[in-house]
Design a protein around this ligand. Structure first.
Ligand SMILES: Cc1cc2nc3c(=O)[nH]c(=O)nc-3n(C[C@H](O)[C@H](O)[C@H](O)COP(=O)(O)OP(=O)(O)OC[C@H]3O[C@@H](n4cnc5c(N)ncnc54)[C@H](O)[C@@H]3O)c2cc1C
Length: 391
């Protein structure tokens, strides 16, 4: 049986980031194999994401992970260049703008305090200030907005993932196209994984970076991971409206929109009771016609006239317990590291989570950011670490 030190199941943003950080960690000298079931990456969340990064979370660790993500992305050439060629992830540092009606103002303000305490460059704006800065915005029902002045924006998520992967390979990481279909466990240890091609691989550590496939992989190891696949549709439209200097706008309704190329993308999460586990990729067009477009046109009158250009569906790996990543080992299993349940904010967390996983493997503990709050204990003790700002 082939043997490697670390098997990473899933080679998209999280798996490839972990592979890169492991291979570049001077204190780690082992071998790394990334097992990825689909090298086209067509259906993974990373490729289908809205690819945006923000510091405006309610959970301190999420803010810190994204702050590291921004720094990493801004200096990506220093980290991921191969043969002098740096990946171009096209970072647009245009900010997030969270809007609040009077009902949501106190939450916006309390999140703002947490963000500021961690050094996030965010500013609270009054409706008048919003109107001056964004003349195209309807502020009638608003009482405040929170704008990221720096560090937030959007990028090419596929480019980031590909950059991690290319650099990891240049550092000796191997990639194999196959699905992890079985996990052989003895007591507190994973001994080997079984692959869809019939082979088995012995490993000292297994990392679960399987996105929406994480639940099945955990189940194979005898662990019940509270992560489910939840469909999210993204719509790309153009408009002749003059919407200059537009950030990623988060409407009080939960709808979001931001510029993309010559147009905009938008989306909205359905209410919890209409958000079943779902694995198909069918676009729910009525969501745009019946829900999103009216909301957008109410917020930006110029969006009365839009032309839908394209739409796609992807899946959040939703942590149904508290909408935050579950990171690290389960107390009953020493060498299976989880990085699952990102609930819509995993692309931006991929640098911080990849680094964290490499530290857990190399040192058995976090060395840079202390992310213990995201561990399994809170799940098992039923103490949710609830993220309020889930988009
Ligand atoms: C519509 C949408 C919008 C989003 N917008 C944002 C955003 O703006 N900002 C943000 O930060 N995040 C966003 N996200 C979330 C983000 O995309 C994900 O959290 C992140 O990409 C997760 O990365 P991952 O590598 O864990 O999972 P994925 O990208 O899903 O990759 C998992 C990989 O594992 C592979 N795999 C699965 N099972 C197995 C197995 N058993 N064996 C081998 N391989 C396996 C899959 O083929 C896949 O390539 C969005 C997601 C969606 C769907």
């Amino acid at each position: 049986m082939k043997r490697v030190d670390v098997v990473i199941a899933g080679g998209a943003a999280i798996g490839s980031s972990a592979a890169y950080f492991l291979a570049s960690n001077p204190d780690f000298h082992g071998s790394v194999l990334v097992v990825e079931k689909d090298f086209s990456y067509e259906k993974c969340a990373t490729t289908l994401s809205a690819a945006s990064i923000r510091h405006q979370f309610s959970t301190p660790g999420n803010i810190q992970m994204s702050q590291f993500g921004t720094e990493f992305i801004k200096h990506i050439g220093e980290h991921l260049a191969v043969n002098g060629e740096a990946p171009d992830v096209g970072f647009h540092e245009k900010g997030y703008l969270f809007l609040a009606t009077p009902a949501g103002q106190s939450i916006l303000e309390s999140n703002h305090r947490v963000q500021r305490s961690l050094g996030a460059d965010v500013s609270l704006l009054t409706p008048a200030q919003l109107q001056t800065r964004y003349p195209w915005l309807n502020t009638e029902d608003l009482s405040a907005g929170s704008l990221g002045l720096s560090g937030e924006g959007w990028l090419d998520a596929y480019g980031l993932m590909h950059g991690f992967r290319r650099k990891a390979i240049s550092l000796g990481v191997q990639y194999q196209q196959a699905q992890v279909v079985g996990v052989k466990r003895q007591g507190r240890k994973v001994q080997s994984v079984a692959l869809s091609d019939g082979s088995s691989i012995e490993c000292a550590v297994l990392i679960n970076a399987a996105g929406t496939g994480a639940h099945a992989l955990a189940h194979n190891a005898g662990i019940d991971l509270p992560v489910q696949s939840r469909k999210r549709c993204v719509f790309h439209f153009t408009s002749s409206a003059q919407v200059s200097n537009c950030p990623m706008v988060i409407d009080p309704s939960g709808a979001y929109f931001r510029p993309e190329g010559k147009g905009f993308i938008c989306g909205i999460s359905p209410p919890a009771e209409q958000d079943p586990e779902c694995v198909d990729f069918d676009v729910q067009h009525s969501l745009f016609d019946d829900v999103l477009w009216p909301l957008l046109a109410a917020r930006v009158p110029g969006f009365e006239a839009v032309r839908l250009q394209n739409a796609w569906a992807g899946h959040y790996d939703m942590n149904t317990f508290d909408c935050n990543v579950i990171l690290g080992a389960h107390p009953e299993l020493d060498n299976l590291l989880f990085a699952n349940g990102f609930s819509g904010h995993g692309m931006q967390q991929s640098p911080a989570v990849g680094r964290a996983l490499s530290e857990l493997v190399a040192y058995g503990a976090y060395r840079s950011l202390d992310l213990r709050a995201f561990g399994w204990n809170r799940v098992l003790e039923n103490k949710p670490l609830l993220e309020i700002n889930v988009v």
